[in-house]
Design a protein around this ligand. Structure first.
Ligand SMILES: C[S@@+](CC[C@H](N)C(=O)[O-])C[C@H]1O[C@@H](n2cnc3c(N)ncnc32)[C@H](O)[C@@H]1O
Length: 323
């Protein structure tokens, strides 16, 4: 599970901050530049970007009302240069249209959950606290982890645990969940963690950290529709870029990273039919990759913030206007 902002006593360290600043800098130096931070969280990356670019306007999006409230406080010194919106990232094009800014110079995605979401026991994200099964980033949406755990079929649960949690024992965990909930609804994080523990073979339990970790990650991704939102949001971000504009994606899960890899790969491709003597402008790529493969945090960062270990960073730049 990813925690974006851990490691400094009492503070929050944004993941791969130096690299994010470096990759976005060429795009944000244009006068009147606009950046969308599509996962505002506590505003850590946002604050550093606003400090580094005195002329930058930042549009921050987060679906969690608490994140918007906290980052509004944190970014108060930059209030004149920020627009903070509670929205889902796949509403990016709508948010931009409402702000009257259809093209932007940069977009940052820092996917996953934030430390307050994990660390506030009552939100039901963490197996380390006992709380009602909730896990909603948007506290007003209807789907909760309680609904997923108690109403999804055993087959659906197996798929979610396998695909989103990479849980080897997905079907065993799903089977035990189905059996236990038939006797009594599974209402708390503690009860669910106990069930997962019981479902996993004892020999495996002794290695690889808390066995509930993968199940909790899978449920969180399902409850918040994280992959679907990102899959819709990234193309909108790429479409919105001006020439020279850049998108940077920090992902924490192989499925998220695979999505960003594929979506970017489609855009950087030359689609000219093979064998043409002269390349056709209409088929030339509109984008280029700025990173080679996925970049990972360096050892210093991992020593300071071991929970950044799963981070993968990719970036792309628009090099031509759309036809
Ligand atoms: C890892 S945190 C971002 C941390 C931030 N970069 C910082 O430095 O403080 C991810 C944030 O994205 C938000 N989030 C996740 N999925 C979202 C989505 N589809 N739309 C909007 N916000 C989302 C979460 O609520 C969370 O606050």
């Amino acid at each position: 599970m990813h925690v974006g902002n851990h490691g400094e006593p009492g503070g929050h360290v944004p993941v791969m901050l130096r690299r994010v600043l470096e990759l976005l800098a060429p795009a944000l130096d244009a006068p009147g530049a606009v950046l969308v931070d599509a996962n505002l969280g506590l505003g850590g990356h946002a604050e550093a970007l606003l400090a580094a670019h005195p002329d930058l306007h930042l549009i921050g999006i987060d679906r969690d009302p608490v994140a918007v409230e906290r980052s509004t406080e944190r970014l108060a010194p930059y209030a004149a240069r920020t627009t903070l919106v509670r929205a889902v990232s796949d509403e990016l094009a709508e948010v931009l249209a409402r702000e009257g800014r259809t093209r932007v110079n940069g977009v940052l995605f820092d996917l996953g959950v934030s430390s307050p979401q994990l660390d506030e026991a009552g939100r039901g994200f963490a197996y380390s606290y006992d709380a009602p099964l909730d896990m909603r980033m948007d506290t007003e949406q209807e789907l909760t982890a309680h609904v997923v755990v108690n109403t999804y079929s055993e087959g659906e649960l197996t798929r979610i645990l396998r695909d989103y949690g990479e849980e080897r024992f997905a079907s065993r965990v799903a089977r035990l969940i189905a059996r236990e909930r038939a006797a009594e609804p599974i209402a708390s994080t503690k009860r669910l963690a106990e069930i997962v523990r019981e479902a996993i073979p004892a020999a495996t339990r002794r290695t690889g950290g808390n066995p509930a970790k993968r199940t909790f990650q899978a449920l969180r991704i399902e409850v918040n529709g994280e992959l679907t939102a990102f899959e819709r949001a990234l193309p909108q971000a790429l479409d919105a870029l001006v020439v020279g504009g850049r998108v940077v994606v920090l992902s924490y899960h192989s499925l998220e990273d695979r999505l960003s890899k594929h979506i970017i790969a489609e855009r950087v491709k030359d689609t000219s039919p093979p064998g043409l003597p002269v390349p056709l402008p209409a088929h030339q790529p509109r984008f280029r990759s700025v990173t080679r493969g996925a970049e990972v945090p360096d050892e210093d960062e991992l020593a300071r913030n071991p929970r950044a270990a799963s981070a993968r960073l990719r970036a792309a730049e628009r090099i031509r206007e759309p036809e």
